[in-house]
Design a protein around this ligand. Sequence first.
Ligand SMILES: Cc1ncc(COP(=O)(O)O)c(C=O)c1O
Length: 400
Amino acid sequence: MKRIYLDYSATTPVHPEVVKAMLPYFTEQFGNASTIYSFGREARKAVEEAREVFAKMIGADQAEVIFTSGGTEADNHALKGVARANREKGNHIITCKIEHHAVLAPCHFLEKEGFKVTYLPVDKDGLLQLEDLKKAITAKTILISVMTANNEIGVVQPVAEIGKIARGNNVYFHTDAVQAFGSLPIDVEKMNIDLLSVSSHKLYGPKGIGALYIKKGTKIENLIHGGEQEKRRRPGTENVAGIAGFGRACEIANKEMKTEAVRITALREKLIKGLFKAVPEVILNGHAEKRLPNNVNIFVKYIEGESMILNLDLEGICASTGSACTSGSLEPSHVLTALGVPVEQSHGSIRFSLGKFTTEEEIEAVLKKFPEIVKRLRSLSPLYKQGKTGECCKNGTACR
Ligand SMILES: Cc1ncc(COP(=O)(O)O)c(C=O)c1O
């Protein structure tokens, strides 16, 4: 059975060109980038070339980029680093309820260190309201952290406007661009971004490598301490192969971004329209247009997200609930909860995320199989039967 992968938001396969770019750094060019002989110089060259490619892609200077082990580290470094270095100025951080745990967990951690964190709400479409942000800023605010695009529902925030408000109030602005980078154009100058986190494995690069942009002049503490690497800002022997692969992935993404956005958006729309036509009682989670080209997140009434995932898996189709449910927790998704949806909507939602290797035939195959699965699961669902006869679910919240 040929498998269909529709979980590109979780991770992407490494592009063959990226693998090719990485291979020499495992074998003949294996030097430590901090050494001064030829092996080291070759490795250093690869690291600096990748830094240049990434910096150019986001409109930054090379000196403003450090490599990290991924998005989680970049987010932690940005939040803890800026908070601790600016403690004298203030102790207030503003973020958003639908951030990834890589931002929310450091915020909770910083609260234990005495920082105050405001978690801004979003509207029913998942969008942050600029008025709420303006009202939340106080004289003690030192940092605003709002993601560029959400990993569960794909909603894209008004980042440039948020940056403008932050700059106007002399507050640092960090954005977690892990999901957006490679799919949407980003210019840190035009968007008034002071810190930006990205991760290579979301754009056909290897896992375990990412980057943090830190605008020149930003007061920030190190996250880890050790050697001299990355101009002492992020010590540890460089992951040269990973960095070289990330650089190549950036080049490919930059070249193909526009055409891929058009192609994938068309496939996304085909999937959404097809699902709405073939499956009764479905709701699209998140804003219909202000979303990543590759994200489809729907609520299928009366059945569980996990059952849909497992049944799709039996057909060779890989999708995700895009929520904590996947870890076996019965907690509803914090993102969907923030949209104000009932618990059952959170548990009955499924995310399809498309990518570079998604084809029209694959979307058609999903549109054939998925309605059959929903029909079968609903036929087994007491909620469906009760809902149909009007005995339950009248207010949409009562059943669980
Ligand atoms: C929005 C967002 N931020 C951060 C991360 C963490 O990135 P990494 O897996 O590179 O640590 C992810 C990963 O899914 C993400 O989607």
